[in-house]
Design a protein around this ligand. Structure first.
Ligand code: GDP
Length: 140
């Protein structure tokens, strides 16, 4: 198996309910290592840039508003097949479709306030980690 890195975000619905520790326990319990982490409030510009791929979707404005509505915790995760592994631990985008014992099934409120983000490909993982972290902020 390949050791990979992926970008995780604990979204504002997660920080608002003080769930950082519980989500981190699920991440670590799944064998993923949190090799960088910081809490910040996304600006409008940052949220629009980060979700630029969804710019033409009807929900883009609402998504940006939600992602800037409170603090987020951004993380770089490392482990065997980390990108797919974390998406497994997260569960489906819509929490009603998410498998039992996934983060979204346990904690997400709805398809928008779905508690966590995880990169969807190796290419995007590299871009997204670079969006939030300098190399010297990551310690594997
Ligand atoms: P992900 O990779 O599972 O996070 O899903 P996507 O890349 O398809 O969507 C990005 C984020 O946009 C999701 O995690 C949700 O927060 C939000 N989102 C996706 N679909 C919808 C939708 O139909 N309505 C709303 N309001 N938000 C959505």
């Amino acid at each position: 198996m390949a050791i990979e890195r992926t970008l995780s975000i604990l979204k504002p619905d997660c920080t608002a309910r003080n769930l950082t520790g519980e989500v981190n326990a699920m991440i670590e319990g799944a064998g993923l290592r949190i090799i960088a982490q910081k809490r910040l409030r996304l600006s409008q510009d940052m949220a629009e840039a980060f979700y630029g791929v969804h710019r033409d979707r009807g929900f883009f404005g609402d998504l940006v508003k939600f992602m800037t509505s409170g603090p987020v915790v951004v993380q770089a995760l490392e482990g065997d097949n980390a990108i797919a592994r974390y998406r497994e631990v997260m569960g489906a985008t819509n929490p009603y479709n998410a498998a039992p014992n996934t983060i979204r099934r346990r904690f997400a409120s709805n398809i928008e306030a779905n508690s966590v983000h995880g990169s969807d490909s190796a290419e995007n993982a590299a871009i997204e980690i670079n969006f939030f972290f300098r190399e010297d902020e990551i310690t594997g």
